[in-house]
Design a protein around this ligand. Sequence first.
Ligand SMILES: [Zn+2]
Length: 119
Amino acid sequence: MPRYDRFTEELLGFLLTRLDDESDLEHLVAHEPRRISAAYFEGGGGRAETRGVMFTGCAACSRIPPYTLFPTHGHITVPAWPCPPVRALALRFAGDPEYRDAWRPEVALFASGRLVHET
Ligand SMILES: [Zn+2]
C-alpha cells in the first residue's frame, strides 16, 4: 500500500497487527484508503468557480461518479477514511490500550469535515 498521513498509517498498522482472520483482512483491503479528489462549486462575491479538494477516502465507500460537482465544500457528503465499516472493524479492539477515541464510529467524518451522524 502507498503511504498516507500519520492518522491513516496508525489505524492501518493497528488493524494489520491485530486482525488475524482472512475475511477480516479482505474486508479491510476492500475498504483501503485512497486519495480521492472532489470538485465543488464556490460562489459569492459575484464570482463563481469550480474548485477541487483532495482527501483520503475509502476505495469502497467514497466513490464519486465522474463529473460530480458538489454545490459547496460543506456538501461533500462522501465518507472520509476511516469509513464507518473500518471504524466498526476497529471497535472490536476498543479495550486495547492503543485504541484511539478518534476511531470510534460515532465520530466518522465526511470529506467536508462534518460528522456523518449529524445528518
Ligand atoms: Zn469503506
